[in-house]
Write a protein that binds this ligand. Structure first.
Ligand SMILES: [Zn+2]
Length: 134
């Protein structure tokens, strides 16, 4: 049986700000520009898990169970929140999609050890995304 990769997509809306209180006003302006103001995004999160299909069931992952775990650990925590307040040590730091992806990866791999998570991809806009691989 061939190893397969299954991807499920999620959506959440959050606000954030890119500003580092350790930097000067000039540096913040140079690095983050207008993204220093609080603004929001429609984020899309793709989570890819891999495994071997169970012949009896015809699948290797129960999509309902997968979705309820990711909703509980990630979407319910981030949706309609100000990410700088929600993510650890981010109050006065730039909450980039790299930072959000890193937290999502750490959280999922820690809280869902029974899944073989291969990849996540976080879309911040239609054109910009970050991928994190196992
Ligand atoms: Zn932004």
């Amino acid at each position: 049986m061939k190893k397969m990769y299954l991807t499920k997509r999620f959506h959440f809306e959050s606000a954030h700000r890119m500003h580092n209180s350790d930097l000067s006003d000039k540096e913040n302006e140079q690095y983050f520009g207008k993204c220093q103001s609080i603004h929001g995004h429609n984020y899309f999160l793709e989570v890819t898990v891999c495994g071997l299909t169970d012949i009896t069931k015809g699948y290797f992952v129960n999509l309902h169970e997968l979705a309820s775990e990711i909703n509980a650990h990630i979407i319910d925590v981030l949706d309609h929140q100000y990410l700088n307040d929600v993510l650890p040590d981010c109050k006065n730091k730039p909450v980039t999609m790299e930072v959000v992806s890193g937290w999502i990866w750490e959280t999922l791999t820690k809280k869902m050890p029974n899944y073989d998570i291969f990849k996540i991809r976080l879309w911040e806009t239609q054109d910009n995304s970050v991928e994190v691989y196992k």
